[in-house]
Design a protein around this ligand. Structure first.
Ligand code: PEP
Ligand code: MG
Length: 761
């Protein structure tokens, strides 16, 4: 193999001919005609034909050189019929020296193909679908050699990309007489709604396919070197994963990493990539071509295990493409259209925050979990998110129109008009409901029996601030300071941090803001910090544990908060506190910073409150003790429930398995509320459940008087509270929350109560 880029290895004759055929700006039909001409000349064969699949799945002869032109757009092959149908069905090349004697040979007199003996057919694949078949034939009885098979596969890939791309931009509509190559059939997928809302937009892929303009190599030697380089980088990163170095970057299990490694070192895979580059493709296009071949085969496999392996290969191919592009970030961020609905297998919170939020209106993931931070951010910024939409990446095309219904979890791709019309109607109704919330926006959330409940916002970025007014929130009950760190390219310096916190306080005006110190670790990784390998990051070195072990970061943050709140009210709390001692230690660090600011003659905040996040069961059982030291308690239900039920909030198999309205979890929540009340320390809830009406009214009935939630929860929760008689609900559920309760959840009882009482939920 040539390894010196200074030696220009010219692409094979066929590739040069194809490049020429691509250069014109003719219609799709003319391009197909040029393709078959170029193929016959470069491969010195008599016949080259392109069969394309119609929506009815029949294969239509769409261009030919060598067969009778009169058969073009007339000859149709049923699925599986003849050699061409067989190639389409198996998604594999078929290479025969004497085609007419093959049992599947189907003679079509109108084409005049009887005089040709040798036959080579290759599938035209894209996104795991077979778009058609490319065939060459000649009179001589001979098998085509391996290089010729490779070349034809490469041409088939270029063909697929060119035609789909032309289709997409709409310039050549109708040119192929009714053959539609892009997916046009409407399809509906169902997933799980992780962030409510409706959106109509244009599909955009987090990991986009290679652009057709970058398919053909200028210089094969350069591409060979790039490929080897990319494979080496890929292998190094997969090795690092398996050895645990990057384990905290992803929740995928070791088993998956091992499978990755198996594929990354698979000699046949690498060999296929090398062959594809050798045939004249760029390294990226080679990855894409081999990926398409695997997809087409694996998707047909009856074995679910094999079909599941497709994901691993997809991931690996994406990683390789990224390694080739020398990018650590996803290339999908480029070219985000207006009203984009983003499709990805999974998306980390930092990746999400990297997207332009003026353009992004919805997200669909094949994986994801309700209480992952990506889902939390989506709810906070009002972007509907549907997760666990299995298999959708195999069906979606960039530019497809999409209706995203995160009320039901449905995703409609290429929807029919009647569905769109109905969707618009529902969007309007939502608008009306939002107006109804708007009408009560400035009313205090007072229950029918006179309890005043503070409804606050969970926020984390400066752009969240206008939502305070939009939703009529009573303040920010949880400001996740780490989000601002996650969207920065470098660690924010003291002054930058101070400026950010000052702007938050400015934005909130008279309303209180509770800043939470950095909650890093778990799925919250800073792009500029090396992740520490951990088996169980959620219960590992995170949050206040890092703060206490590496106090510089915590100290600086406290310093910035104290400076930002000069002359104002400052509320600070520490995350993931597990024992009272930890809180005492963290508070001492904060107090030291106050003393320092004072000794330097700085203006101090006019009021300081230092609270604790209660998100571990151990601290719940020490609630009264921690109240001796904390000015307030804020219950982080996302983590508390994860630890209480021993169910990883990011693991899709277990995250929804337990209902937070189980009598056992309600007992612990009531225990916390009562403990705080006895100690006369204010307590609030700041997990996601506070933003759901059924959960929210139950929490209020347990004794919580402040709820902090995503912006989308404030309207519905306020509407429910205005109709609630707290005492009545308390009387209804108290007998159900007992140590010997056999109920799996009190949810149905609360719902029933709401129906009787006319509480909107
Ligand atoms: C929680 O755990 O409930 C919480 C509010 O914190 P986070 O979701 O950021 O972990
Ligand atoms: Mg938490």
């Amino acid at each position: 193999m040539s390894q010196d880029p200074n030696i220009v290895t010219r692409p094979p004759v066929l590739m040069r001919a194809i490049r020429k055929a691509m250069a014109g700006t003719e219609s799709v039909q003319e391009r197909l005609d040029h393709f078959v001409d170029a193929i016959t000349e470069a491969m010195t064969v008599k016949v080259a034909s392109i069969y394309l699949r119609r929506p009815s799945r029949e294969l239509e002869l769409s261009a030919t050189r060598g067969l009778k032109k009169s058969a073009v757009h007339k000859t149709l092959m049923a699925p599986g019929e003849g050699l061409v149908g067989h190639v389409a069905q198996t998604a594999r090349p078929l290479n025969l020296a004497e085609a007419p004697s093959h049992p599947l040979f189907s003679y079509r007199p109108e084409t005049g193909e009887d005089k040709y003996n040798s036959f080579l057919g290759v599938p035209i694949l894209r996104g795991g679908r077979t778009l058609g078949v490319l065939v060459v034939q000649s009179e001589a009885q001979r098998n085509f050699n391996e290089e010729e098979v490779e070349d034809l596969l490469t041409v088939a890939m270029v063909l697929a990309e060119i035609i789909i791309d032309d289709e997409r931009i709409g310039g050549q509509k109708g040119a192929l007489k009714g053959i539609t190559l892009a997916q046009t059939k409407p399809e509906t997928f169902n997933g799980k709604s992780f962030a409510d809302g409706l959106a109509q937009g244009i599909a955009h892929l987090h990991v986009p396919p290679v652009a057709p303009s970058n398919l053909l190599a200028e210089n094969i030697a350069t591409e060979e070197i790039r490929l080897e380089d990319g494979i080496a980088k890929l292998r190094a990163s997969v090795d690092a994963m398996v050895s645990g170095e990057a384990a905290s970057l992803s929740r995928a299990s070791k088993e998956i990493y091992e499978t990755y490694r198996m594929f990354a070192y698979d000699r046949r895979w690498v060999q296929r990539l090398r062959e594809a580059v050798h045939s004249g493709l760029t390294a990226e296009a080679a990855v894409e071509r081999v990926r398409n071949e695997h997809r087409a085969r694996l998707m047909k496999s009856p074995d679910p295990y094999m079909r599941a392996r497709l994901h691993d290969l997809e991931d690996l191919a994406n990683r390789l493409i990224r390694a080739l592009a020398g990018e650590s970030i996803s290339p999908g961020k480029k070219g985000l259209p207006q009203n984009a609905v983003l499709f990805a297998r999974d998306l980390g919170p930092a990746e999400l925050l990297d997207y332009d939020r003026d353009k992004l209106i919805g997200i669909v993931l094949e994986e994801g979990a309700h209480s992952s931070h990506t889902a939390i951010i989506c709810r906070a910024i009002g972007i509907p998110l549907i997760g666990r939409a299995e298999g959708i990446l195999d069906r979606i095309e960039v530019g497809d129109s999409v209706l995203l219904d995160a009320e039901t979890g449905d995703i409609h791709i290429r929807p029919v008009e009647s569905l769109t019309a109905n969707f618009h109607l529902r969007m309007n109704i939502r608008g009306e409901v939002a107006k109804a919330y708007e009408a009560v926006k400035n009313l205090p959330a007072v229950t029918r029996d006179g309890r005043h409940i503070a409804l606050q916002l969970n926020a984390g970025l400066l752009v969240d601030l206008p939502q305070l007014d939009m939703a009529g929130a009573d303040g920010i009950g949880l400001f996740r300071t780490e989000f601002q760190f996650m969207v920065s390219e470098f660690m924010p310096r003291l002054q930058e941090q101070t400026d950010i916190y000052r702007k938050v306080l400015d934005g909130a005006g008279q309303r209180p803001v509770t800043f939470r110190t950095l909650d890093l670790g778990g799925d919250k990784i800073l792009p500029y910090m090396d992740p520490v390998p951990e088996e169980n990051p959620a219960i590992g070195w995170r949050a206040i544990r890092i703060g206490l072990d590496r106090p510089a970061l915590l100290r600086y943050q406290c310093r910035a908060l104290i400076a930002a709140a000069a002359g104002r009210h400052l509320r600070v709390m520490f995350p993931m506190v597990t024992t009272v001692d930890e809180f005492i230690e963290a508070r001492a660090k904060f107090d030291r910073e106050v003393k320092r600011a004072s000794s330097l003659g700085k203006t101090l905040p006019n009021k300081i409150e230092v609270g604790v996040m209660l998100e571990t069961p151990s601290l719940a059982w020490s609630v009264r003790a921690v109240c001796d030291h904390a000015d307030f308690v804020s219950v982080g239900c996302n983590d508390l429930m994860q630890f209480f039920f021993a169910a990883d909030r990011d693991n899709i198999r277990v995250s929804d398995r337990y209902d937070p309205l189980h009598p056992a979890s309600l007992s612990i929540l009531r225990f916390i509320a009562e403990g705080c009340e006895m100690e006369n320390v204010p307590v609030s809830i700041c997990g996601e459940i506070a933003g759901r009406p059924v959960e929210a009214i139950t929490l209020v009935a347990l004794g919580f008087e402040a709820l902090s939630m995503p912006v989308t929860g404030i309207g519905p929760v306020k509407a429910a509270l205005l109709a609630l008689d707290t005492q009545k609900l308390k009387e209804r559920i108290t007998p159900l929350i007992t140590i010997d309760s056999r109920l799996p959840s009190v949810r149905e009882h609360v719902r029933e109560f709401c129906m009787e009482e006319g509480i909107p939920i």
